[in-house]
Ligand binder design. Sequence first.
Ligand SMILES: *Cc1c(COP(=O)(O)O)cnc(C)c1O
Length: 499
Amino acid sequence: MTPVKQKPAARFEKINMPPDTFRELGHALVEQIAGLFERLPTAPVTTAAQDETIRAMLQALSPASDNGQDAGALLEKTTRLLFDHSLFNGHPKFWGYITSSPTPMGILADMLAAAVNPNVGAYVLSPVATEIEKQTIDWIGRFMGYPAGGGLLVSGGNMANYVGFLAALRAATGADIRKSGLRNFTPNLVLYCSAETHTWVQKAADLYGLGTDSIRWIGTDAQKRMSPVLLEEKILADKTAGNRPFLVVGTAGSVSTGAVDPLDALAALCEKYGVWFHIDGAYGGFAGALPELKTQFAGLEKADSLAVDPHKWLYAPLEAGCALVKNPRHLTDAFSYHPLYYNFEQTRLNFVDYGPQNSRGFRALKVWLSAQHLGMEGHRQLIREDIALARYAADILRAETDLAVFSSGLSITTFRYVPPDLSAHVGEPETEARLNQLNQAILNQMEAGGAFFMSNAVLDGVFVLRMCIVNFRTQAAHIEAIPEYIRMIGADLYAKMLE
Ligand SMILES: *Cc1c(COP(=O)(O)O)cnc(C)c1O
């Protein structure tokens, strides 16, 4: 008896939007986005409602339904929701953390990348995209004068640093450890970084099973740069104690103040003691492309691995981080496996062998298009302008008697408000506590208010307001408006504190 062939019913076609509908909805969406660009310079930085209000709005907008909704209406109300209740890091007065304004080119690139949707894990799945990512890696290396033998795009600075960290670890332990695991490894592996290092290093030590006790936090000079003298002392002490130094992390542009470690001196110590040199340039690495900063970044080219963040100073929309290595073998040694179900030719570049991801999106496209659109000189110019604006801010703030500047490095300036009647008591513990409290209150009010957006740093116990300009829309006039605004909310909050 032949089995009855059950012909499947017609597909659920709603998912497969007709091209004409796509055209219509896409044009409408692009129209909305262009309108946002037009409004941004005069709109508030944020119009975000209270958390509960947002949750209530979402409840009302998209109740879980069985039958779905009309695509056009859905896109329209979602666009409105996002445009009316977001924090805009593309706003000219957004200077919080290190989050850049996204390039319009990058926004279009992400759409194009999604449309083609190559899986950039394997060459066979993404021939053009793989070559474009490779070119992007080369471009990024050349831009900074880093001799990259290989590298890959990842989601951000943390991931890029994890890639460098594991490459260092595998280079130190050898390949066998991939099978037997670190539990059988002696001696104790230890790593070094400045006290200013971003918190990714703790996550990495933790994730890879070394534990955060393996981190040696090295003291810094007055400019918050790692002291090579203290570093060497600690390496020697560890060797004497029978520990195995395997990694020095230099920071090129610290998150708090934009400090750049003495990379050349760190590289020399790494060479001397046979230790892997990794540089975290997530924020500042790209500033190494400026000829006028060559001295400050000398030694960057000596790193075994380097992490940078195209979604910071190359203005790519989130997400785009990048890990570079001198020798790509260190990546394959750390990440490559060849299961039977991969029909990937090993003579071709398969990015799956270079990092932790399997399926990989086409992150490179936005970086690659921007690189070509603006050119190296365009990108250098944008970084240069941000640095000049941050210095201008420091100059403007220094001229005010009730504003005190604490640091100015790369495109980061830190300062605090000091009410006139407290200025004679600065440094006294009670006044310092009060100033910390006041400046924290200023920051909170600023973040909620929508006129400016900054974040903070704590420098030797002092709470300071911190502005980091990675923003192509910022102009001198936006900077000039800071003192009056800070004085206005500062004086008001101080008066309330005295009540
Ligand atoms: C931003 C930053 C990171 C983390 O990068 P993400 O892209 O946020 O993951 C790490 N180190 C430094 C110095 C950074 O500025």
